[in-house]
Design a protein around this ligand. Structure first.
Ligand code: SF4
Length: 508
């Protein structure tokens, strides 16, 4: 079902010169990926990215509804743009993403200077809605209840020359009580394997050497077309694509994680020795209230089997502290599971009440100071474990994919990138060595470690491998400024790194 309403907005604006755009992204990787599609759509429609520091003619907010206060933050940002719009009358403001899907026309009621509101299911309509808002001089609100076009079939403007995201599914069939995703993104829709593989092949042909397969619950991939082994098959098939050096996926769900996926990970050389699998809580009682259908013993069993099949995988997780009704005993069980799991990293969140989720109405919401104190204990424990796990790697050889947006640090002379297991590594360059380009590979040795990074300062054990991804980065530089530096590179382009778990991104 589609809902389109028109409300008063900014005056009409003739299209004379090409207009610039900026996409501001909040939330998860899914939103980061969607923002690449939004940028691609706008570029295809003749817009160009705004120069750094310049006011864009179109500002798009790709919002997230998962965190509490997301709406306050959005309206604060929109308030600031209202002033700018007065001095820049052609400015158009569009709001999309989960919060737009949820709040719909209330956005233009609270911020009538907004020109376009669009939902998670109709990103492809953005250029047409902007055009219509300009032509009709009134705000356009269009929210669809189901998916109009799969996000990955829309044009894209990738942030990174060497890494790409590929959607395999959207939506989620689970009903975790803290999560707003099922009500905003709808039921899981699986993309056909042939389309996914064709997109991976196209990315690799374009110089990409690392691909992340993306879905809210990748392990249930195939449920829609009734193939329970579909995800393992997809991993194996993507692993056959020549030139793809690194393959990973996010996020799996422990309830649906099957051994055929572990076997596919272990037997596919390009699958990175890493796994990000959300634990959320180590207490079985809390997992039940969260409506997460696995128990901590199952979670730990998966880790054992992954570690038995894959040498030294880096396992990371998400944990929520202070879920309603969580007792000290429940929290202690989370600490116990964290101790046993030996995570390389944990993304820890303090539970925040999200209106519209079942958990928001649960009794026994915990006082902030209790949540904060538990959170600090958990972070201290995980920091110690991460440091110990990282220190075990001192002396080992590591292959680092040099990251974009990580200019050579003037103070340390190091470059940064990600190891095969996705750990962050800061690499020292030998005196006089040419600077690797983002996307090039460096083999070196780990000399020190902290909780969040490895240092590789052994310049005697340093080897640079130039890759097609580095060549692609050179081509991009040539396209953008016409001055590539053959054989060398200066600082990176200034874009944020695609690696890791971005939380808030601003894109031009
Ligand atoms: S698995 Fe749970 S947390 Fe993840 S998207 Fe689905 S409902 Fe949300």
């Amino acid at each position: 079902m589609s809902e389109t309403i028109s409300l008063a907005a900014s005056p009409g604006q003739p299209r004379a010169t090409p207009r610039s755009y900026e996409v501001r992204t909040y939330g998860c990787q899914m939103n980061v990926h969607d923002s690449e599609r939004l940028s691609g759509l706008l570029s295809d429609a003749g817009y160009h990215p705004a120069e750094a520091g310049a006011q864009a003619d179109v500002v798009v907010f790709n919002t997230c509804a998962v965190r509490e206060n997301a709406d306050n933050r959005l309206y604060g940002n929109l308030g600031r743009l209202k002033e700018i719009k007065r001095e820049h009358p052609g400015l158009q403001i569009a709001v999309g993403g989960c919060l737009a899907q949820k709040d719909r026309d209330t956005i233009v009621q609270r911020a009538p200077w907004v020109d376009v509101v669009f939902g998670t299911h109709n990103m492809g309509s953005l250029p047409a809605l902007l055009e219509r808002a300009r032509h009709n001089a009134e705000a356009q609100v269009e929210i669809l209840e189901s998916l109009e076009q799969f996000p990955s079939t829309l044009p894209t403007k990738r942030e990174s020359a060497y890494a790409g995201w590929v959607s395999i599914s959207v939506g989620c069939n689970n009903t975790c009580t803290f999560c707003i995703v099922p009500s905003l993104r709808g039921k899981e829709k699986d993309r056909r394997p042939g389309d996914i593989l064709a997109e991976v092949e196209a990315l690799v042909a374009d110089g990409v050497i690392e691909v992340t397969l993306l879905g809210q619950n990748v392990n249930s991939y195939g449920a829609e077309f009734r193939d329970r082994g579909a995800f393992a098959k997809l991993l194996r098939a993507a692993g056959q694509i020549e030139g793809l050096e690194r393959l990973r996926f996010t996020s799996p769900h422990p309830a649906a994680f099957t051994d055929d996926v572990i076997a596919a990970m272990a037997e596919t050389p390009s699958v990175m020795p890493q796994l990000h699998m959300p634990l959320q809580s180590g207490s079985d009682r809390i997992l039940k209230v969260m409506r997460r259908s696995y128990r901590s013993s199952r979670f730990l069993g998966i880790l054992d089997r992954v570690r038995a099949a894959i040498p030294n995988p880096a396992i990371t997780t998400d944990i929520i502290v202070g879920f309603p009704g969580e007792t000290e005993e429940d929290f202690q069980q989370t600490l116990d599971v964290v101790e046993q799991s030996r995570f390389a990293q944990a993304f820890t969140f303090q539970y925040s009440r999200r209106p519209g989720t079942p958990a928001a109405d649960l009794p026994e919401q915990l006082p902030k100071e209790v949540v904060q104190e538990r959170f600090e204990r958990l972070v201290a424990l995980q920091d110690r474990i991460a440091r110990e796990e990282n220190e075990k790697l001192i002396g080992s050889e590591v292959e680092v994919l040099i990251a974009e947006g990580e200019a050579r640090k003037a103070d340390s002379g190091r470059l940064s990138g990600r190891a095969r297991d996705n750990r962050l590594v800061h690499v020292a360059l030998p005196e006089g060595a040419s600077t690797p380009r983002p996307g090039d590979m460096v083999t070196t040795r780990v000399t020190a470690a902290g909780s969040y990074f490895l240092l590789a300062d052994d310049t005697n054990h340093y080897q640079l491998r130039r890759t097609p991804a580095g060549d692609a980065w050179d081509r991009r530089q040539a396209d953008s400024c016409g001055v590539p530096a053959p054989g060398t590179s200066g600082s990176a382009s200034g874009g944020a790194t695609m690696l890791g778990m971005p939380a808030i991104r601003t894109r031009g």
